[in-house]
Design a protein. Structure first.
Length: 67
């Protein structure tokens, strides 16, 4: 099982979408677009709160530069 860290290589705001892109081998920009669309469609609170919580809880990937 791989650990989920915030990305330090591909980050625009917090590195959450970049980390998901690295983990699932998907373009992080597609994840960002999907996140924005879903956040606007459902209101800020469901996905916005989850994103902010992940930003606070998840540590940064400090080993990204070693690879």
């Amino acid at each position: 099982m791989t650990k989920f860290y915030r990305s330090t290589k591909d980050k625009k705001v917090a590195g959450i979408c970049g980390a998901l892109g690295e983990m699932y081998n998907i373009d992080p920009n597609l994840i960002r677009i999907l996140l924005v669309v879903l956040t606007l469609a459902t209101g800020f609170f469901p996905l916005g709160i989850v994103y902010l919580a992940a930003w606070v809880i998840l540590p940064e990937d400090i080993y990204a530069n070693d690879a």
